[in-house]
Design a protein. Structure first.
Length: 480
């Protein structure tokens, strides 16, 4: 008996792979997404700057420029349909030296060519008025009204949930080990497991070059690149209202200072070559460098309010541009590789571009009249008025039991995160969906309770509850 034949198999469950899944679910197609991790959103998407870039810094004519601007324009509607967090706070590129003003003008002209809206060059005084915390010696800035910050975790979960609700399938713990041409299309091998599809989309992030090699494609030279970040507590000073960039130089874009959607301040990243696609080490030299650079933008940053340091990884293409194109070696395979910044902002437009390439390759696209673009957003108790909170608690007392004090997260919210489509199965999966462990104590108080709830709801021993990846069990055994 032959395996089920899919129309499209997507490899990779980050923001690009899930955006492709959700876009394809608008059509009458059999879709499967394969993710190597224990859950989706465990690669590049889990650790980045969380910024929807305006698109002024990408070179005109590049895929980055085109898809960044298109994607940025798609986010307000997507946020409304899918119920994920989105805050259009705007950004400022700061000129901290007088000779950087011409670079701001160059970025402005580049943005105009790219079709970016809401660009304006501000004087030093106007910059200080809009963002009083910036270095008072600032010479001016480039303002971009359309820049925004989001929660990249819940954006990705929202995309996948909606795709599943519209008929897509998801399988985790499926690392692709080979691709083979068959008489029916492409066979995707995950160890002993075999899947067949007419078409395959390679959205494997840091491993997309490896997938390209399995297909026999050349020219996918990707450099695993580390970005070290520092995250400050919500009471850190001073208050920041915009995403703050430094004027790019030959050495790079500099370090950003950004408010997160949830009220923290984040600084970073570095851009150094990683030892490999799993190298998330944080080193003291990198932290000292981002601290020094960030204080050039905001001298009064209270770095003593740090609650976490972490490293994100991205697949940096040697070409400098996204590698989104059909395979030259395996018909039916579409690559969405080399997706570094502004990949998050571009992700919905990347999905549309992949859809176009699949159509050009012969995929028949018949709109599904049953497609529902609306995803019911989860309850976030602390964002509700007291009367509404009490109403929810009366209906489900689990919402009245607070598990995480720092972020005011209830047991009801954790249970919902576990039992929603593509629900959480790990401690970090809970953390990213509903934020226990994201606050000041970083899970010191709520961690054991989260493990207890996961064990109970997944019907497994507490010793089998994972922090994130396979082999990352938190509890090794009982001591009494």
């Amino acid at each position: 008996m032959k395996n089920k034949l899919y129309d499209v198999i997507i490899i990779g469950g980050g923001c690009v792979g899930t955006a492709v899944a959700r876009t394809l679910s608008r059509f009458q197609l059999n879709i499967l997404l394969l993710e190597k991790g224990t859950e989706i959103c465990q690669g590049t998407t889990k650790a980045n700057s969380a910024i929807i870039h305006g698109g002024y810094d990408n070179y005109p004519g590049s895929l980055k420029a085109k898809l960044n601007v298109q994607g940025s324009k798609m986010f307000p509607k997507l946020a409304e349909e899918l119920g994920f967090t989105y805050n259009r706070c705007g950004s400022l590129v700061l000129a901290l030296e007088e000779d950087q003003i011409p670079i701001l003008r160059e970025l402005y002209q580049r943005g105009i060519q790219n079709g970016v809206e809401g660009l304006e060059i501000l004087s030093a005084q106007e910059t200080r008025e809009r963002e009083p915390a910036v270095n008072q010696r600032v010479y001016g800035s480039l303002s971009c009204f359309t820049a925004a910050v989001i929660d990249p975790f819940n954006y990705t979960y929202a995309l996948m949930e909606n795709a599943l609700e519209n008929g897509a399938e998801l399988q985790v713990n499926r690392e692709v080990t080979d691709l083979q041409k068959t008489d029916r299309g492409i066979q995707v091998c995950c160890g002993e497991d075999r899947y067949e599809s007419h078409y395959v989309v390679n959205a494997a992030g840091l491993y997309s070059g490896r997938i390209a090699e399995q297909a026999g494609d050349k020219g996918f030279d990707l450099i695993p690149t580390k970005g070290v970040y520092r995250l400050l507590d919500t009471d850190a000073k001073p208050e920041i209202h915009h995403v703050l960039f430094q004027t790019p130089t030959d050495a790079g874009k500099g370090v950003l200072v950004t408010p997160t959607y949830h009220g923290n301040i984040m600084i970073g990243p570095t851009a150094t070559r990683a030892e490999g696609p799993e190298d998330t080490t944080v080193d003291l030299d990198s932290l000292e460098w981002i601290d020094q650079m960030a204080k050039k933008s905001v001298p009064e940053l209270s770095l003593d309010k740090t609650i976490r340091e972490f490293t994100g990884l991205r697949a940096k293409p040697v070409s400098g541009d996204f590698l989104i194109r059909p395979s030259t070696a395996l018909p039916g395979l579409i690559h969405a590789a080399g997706i570094e910044s502004p990949g998050l902002a571009a992700s919905p437009a990347i999905a549309d571009y992949v859809l176009q390439l699949l159509g050009d390759a012969g995929l028949e696209l018949h709109p599904d009249p049953q497609f529902n673009p609306i995803r019911k957003a989860p309850i976030v108790l602390k964002e509700l008025e007291r009367d509404r909170q009490n109403q929810i608690i009366r209906g489900n007392p689990a919402y009245g039991r607070i598990v995480c004090r720092c972020e005011t997260v209830s047991e009801g919210e954790i249970l919902a995160a576990i039992h929603r489509p593509c629900g959480a199965t790990t401690v970090d999966g809970i953390k990213r969906r509903v934020r226990p462990g994201m606050g000041r104590c970083q899970g010191g108080f709520c961690g054991p309770k989260v493990i207890e709830i996961l064990a109970r709801e997944l019907h497994i021993p507490a010793e089998e509850v994972l922090k994130e990846h396979r082999g990352s069990s938190v509890i090794k055994g009982k001591i009494k």
